[in-house]
Design a protein around this ligand. Structure first.
Ligand SMILES: Cc1cc2nc3c(=O)[nH]c(=O)nc-3n(C[C@H](O)[C@H](O)[C@H](O)COP(=O)(O)O)c2cc1C
Length: 339
């Protein structure tokens, strides 16, 4: 039994995460135009595993080239991508962390210049972005299958879990939000339908016991957009297909006013956790060890994810354990620094 919840293991579908600290997915813009993983990714992710994060969520990885946020995103649209992922995953697992990947499609927020981009409706994100083409029903089916194929490749590469990117105004989020989904067909009448089809395809392509996380934007910060209660209603019909909700916010529309402060998204996580009765991950300026611990103790979340702080300090878990008076294992090679 640990003194803190932050370092208490947590089990989902028989998979035990050694602590509650997750590395949030963060694009590194370091792939080539084929979406291939590079040496940078190996150093970057492995050092957070050495730093004792309990889980690493690899950055947004596109299911097809026109679904990339940028030309330098990772991609899993062809089988050649599997081997480099597999080498990195094995390297990270040596340090006892669980490693998963965020599978994504940017939709209207793709900034690639060499291809037309797609969305539920013909509304651009801003003047700086391309005007997207509206996806037809057969094209939607093809994107759903692309999600399944990318997930199959991730599984083949050895990931421990999958996170589906349903947040920050990317394609799934564009279907979920009334601000971006103006369709009059079934995908407009039921804004969860696209997500449901994606998740069903994901589940068809993973082993039974593999956890599936869904990242959502629980607040659009705009009149007429989604708020946490709406997101809970939208997730109700897909709840049986997910094992954890990773609660973020924003990104759907350009002019949303977001006030950021430590823990600014925790209240959304709390609502989703209570409403859906699923484990949740909170994120957003949670780098104070005391705040991270308090978020878990108050039952506002089951995991905390750190983004920018883990860029500043890959060894944050070692540092947080010391501050909270917790005894956690250190890499053998670093024992002399333990004091
Ligand atoms: C460089 C960078 C890249 C990011 N890329 C992604 C991404 O690929 N997918 C995603 O869902 N969020 C992405 N985010 C958002 C983070 O996952 C996280 O939600 C955000 O930084 C807030 O957490 P923090 O205050 O701990 O940094 C990115 C953030 C940063 C700083």
């Amino acid at each position: 039994m640990k003194k803190t919840l932050l370092f208490e293991p947590f089990t989902i579908k028989g998979m035990t995460f050694k602590n509650r600290v997750a590395m949030a997915p963060m694009c590194q813009y370091s792939a080539d135009n084929e979406g291939s993983l590079k040496g940078w990714h190996r150093s970057h992710y492995t050092s957070r595993a050495v730093g004792q994060a309990g889980m690493i969520i690899m950055e947004a990885t596109a299911v097809e080239p026109r679904g990339r946020i940028s030309n330098r995103d990772l991609g899993l649209w062809n089988d050649d991508a599997i081997k480099p992922f597999s080498e990195l995953i094995q390297q990270a697992k040596v340090h006892g962390c669980k490693i998963g990947i965020q599978i994504a499609h940017a939709g209207r927020k793709a900034t690639i210049r060499d291809e037309a981009i797609v969305a539920p409706s013909v509304i651009s994100f801003s003047d700086q972005y391309q005007v997207p083409l509206e996806l037809s029903a057969p094209e939607i089916r093809a994107v759903v299958l692309a999600f399944g194929n990318a997930v199959r490749r991730a599984v083949e590469a050895g990931v421990d879990f999958i996170e589906i990117h349903g947040a920050h105004g990317y394609l799934i989020n564009q279907f979920l939000s009334p601000l971006t989904n103006k369709r009059t067909d079934v995908y407009g009448k039921d804004r969860s339908l696209f997500l449901k089809e994606v998740l069903e395809e994901v589940v068809n392509n993973i082993p039974d016991q593999m956890p599936v996380f869904l990242r959502v934007s629980a607040e659009d910060y705009m009149e007429g957009g989604n708020h946490p209660e709406d997101i809970c209603l939208l997730l109700e019909p897909v709840k049986h297909l997910i094992d954890l909700v990773h609660v973020s916010s924003g990104g759907v529309v350009e002019n949303a006013l977001i006030k950021m402060y430590p823990g600014y998204q925790v209240s959304f996580a709390e609502i989703v956790r209570k409403q859906l009765k699923l484990p949740v991950m909170a994120v957003g300026m949670l780098e104070s060890p005391e705040l991270a611990e308090e978020t878990l103790r108050n039952k506002h979340a089951d995991f905390i994810a750190l983004g920018r702080e883990l860029l500043r300090n890959p060894y944050w878990p070692l540092h947080a354990a010391k501050i909270l008076g917790e005894d956690i294992s250190w890499p053998e090679q670093y024992q002399r620094a333990r004091v």
